[in-house]
Structures are given as structure tokens and as C-alpha cells.
Design a protein around this ligand. Sequence first.
Ligand code: SAM
Length: 209
Amino acid sequence: MDVALEKRQVERAYDFYAPVYDFIFDWIFAPGRQAAITQLDLKPNDTIFEVGIGTGLNLPLYPASCRLTGIDLSQEMLDKAVERAQKLIMPNVVLKVMDATSLDFADNEFDKAVATYTISAVPDPVAVLREMRRVVKPGGLLVLLNHFRSDRRLSGHLEDLVAPVCTRLGWKSNLPMTPLLKQVGLTPELVIKVNLFNGWRLVKCVNRK
Ligand SMILES: C[S@@+](CC[C@H](N)C(=O)[O-])C[C@H]1O[C@@H](n2cnc3c(N)ncnc32)[C@H](O)[C@@H]1O
């Protein structure tokens, strides 16, 4: 059974998770976050775009002066990110409620974009990746950190089995990586396995357009 993620369902789910999100998603997922921000290879004047920034758990990993724009569909998640940016005194961080499938930014506006644990939580990952490609400059970087469907037969099958439940909770357990990247014209320069049991993949792509 393929249950599609829907925008309102995702919005409601993350508004609901917001108060407890950091408690669940901080420690286990921290190594992947650190690796993702390292792969951005930040330079002092880089403009960074973070898609589905959530409660801003990545914010402490950026330099405080970083020119970062973060968006999220959930107001409750974003409120937490705003609080965190204020505590960390990050004057060049801009946070907005926005749908990643129709971004209110010009073409080629950012040097680099990152999405951590987001691509499998959006209803339309193809549209999100296309928008990320549009707003990142040619030759810029796209860094994705996500759980994708396992290439191993048994694990992949299990991920298919639990997919209807996971979808109802707000994410896809069996999003296949290679066809997705192919569909949006991205070729990974680097794929590394991260986090517990190497169950998540960090994907770095150059925006060739
Ligand atoms: C699993 S959380 C990841 C949050 C954060 N990136 C992190 O690393 O903790 C997924 C986030 O994607 C957001 N999201 C889902 N669909 C979205 C969309 N279409 N546009 C913007 N954000 C979206 C959710 O609201 C949620 O905050």
C-alpha cells in the first residue's frame, strides 16, 4: 500500500512534534549533522539556504556570522529555530515559513543549499530538489542528509513494509535515492553513510546547470 504524504498532514505532524523534537532528533542524528555542515565547506561570504530547517538543530554548527536563510512549512518548528538563532546571536540568519516546493527566491540566489533529514519528510521530494537547484548558483553545492531506501534486499523490504505507518507519522521510510537524484538531474560527487548502523546517507552534489 502506498500512502502519499500530504502537505497539511506534514504541517500538522511537525507542529505537533515541535515541543519534543529536539529531545528525539538531537543526539542520535548529531554525527550526520556535523558531517553535512562540514561538507558545505563554508567560506566567509557564502550565502547558505537550509530547507526544512525545523527547530534549527544545525544552527550551532554554523559560524555565528553565517549568511543563512532557513525555511520550514511548520510555524511551530520555525518558532523554536528563531529562539535558537536569538540565543546563539546569529545576526545574519533569516527564517521564514515557506513551502519548499514553491520558493519565494530568485534563481541563483544562494551559493549552497542543505537539507538534513528533510527530503523524506516532504510530500514532493522531486519538486523540492528542483527548487533547490533553481535557487542555487551554477557550480554551487547541494548537500542532502537523509535515510533512503536500503539497497540490501531484506532491509529494503522491511522499509517497504513499515512505509504506510511511517508515512502517517510524517516521513517516508523507503525513498529510493538513485532514481530520485536522476529525476532531478543530480549526480552525487560524494555519498557517505553516517549515524547509527550507517543507516543514513550524506550526499553532496554540484549544481551543474
Ligand atoms: C524531520 S524534520 C527535519 C528538520 C531539520 N532539518 C533537522 O535536521 O532537524 C523535517 C522538516 O521538514 C519540514 N517540511 C516538510 N515539508 C516541507 C515543505 N514542503 N516545505 C518546507 N518544509 C517542509 C517539516 O516541517 C520539518 O520541520
